[in-house]
Write a protein that binds this ligand. Structure first.
Ligand SMILES: Nc1ncnc2c1ncn2[C@@H]1O[C@H](COP(=O)(O)OP(=O)(O)OP(=O)(O)O)[C@@H](O)[C@H]1O
Length: 204
């Protein structure tokens, strides 16, 4: 179980507001995080990854403490072993597709498998600026999987993919997550694209 109980001051155009989340997420499953624009989906994922610090709260992952503000405990992002798919991809401009993937793993079989999963085999020597938006987004998903993360956090990960690609990628990705025993929290405005992918639903 992932236990999350946090409060964070978030900036609104008219000042600040308290953002409170108190919930448990199932481990070994995919949870769809939904909510209107500005509800705090990105902020919640970044807090769980350790990229943003809340003022108060605690987060535990299968009994391991990641955050406890009362005891001043803060496990850094690298130690949480999470994979993150950012809304804006956050790729390295000077790295090729292959370099992005081998940055996370030396397992050539896994790299090959990921390239096939994302239909990226033909683009291994290309840099982000030479890729389409959908190819960049797929690369960002594949890169997050190279470390076989315990927890995969994905922020609008399929927004740039066409329907046909989504229909192929999403079920294959689900099977890989089950095989890797990776827990996944995914935010999207389009619940239909997570049909058969998400096991649980959490509304902010
Ligand atoms: N590091 C931060 N510190 C304080 N406030 C923040 C921080 N990051 C974002 N915010 C504010 O938190 C609110 C929620 O933003 P967030 O991006 O998490 O929403 P969201 O639900 O992901 O929205 P969208 O669906 O439009 O992407 C916004 O009002 C934003 O200005």
């Amino acid at each position: 179980m992932i236990h999350v109980h946090i409060t964070k001051e978030i900036k609104r155009f008219k000042g600040t507001e308290k953002f409170l989340v108190q919930t448990d997420f199932s481990v070994g499953a995919v949870t769809h995080i939904s909510g209107p624009s500005g509800a705090g989906k990105t902020t919640l994922l970044r807090i769980i990854a350790g990229l943003v610090k809340p003022e108060h709260g605690h987060i535990t992952f299968e009994g391991e403490t990641w955050l406890n503000t009362t005891e001043n405990l803060y496990l850094p992002t690298q130690a949480r072993k999470v994979g993150f798919v950012f809304q804006d991809y956050a790729l390295f401009p000077n790295m090729t597709v292959k370099e992005h993937l081998s940055f996370g793993t030396k397992d050539v079989e896994l790299i090959q498998r990921l390239l096939i999963l994302g239909k990226m085999e033909r683009f291994i020597d290309q840099r982000p600026r030479e890729l389409s938006g959908g190819q960049q987004q797929r690369l960002s998903i594949l890169r997050a999987l190279t470390t076989r993360p315990r927890l995969l956090l994905m922020d609008e990960p399929f927004s740039a993919l066409d329907q046909a690609l989504k229909a192929e990628l999403v079920p294959d990705l689900k099977l890989l997550l089950i095989e890797m025993k990776t827990t996944c929290l995914v935010s999207t405005h389009y619940p239909l694209e997570l049909k058969g992918f998400a096991d649980f639903y959490f509304e902010l």
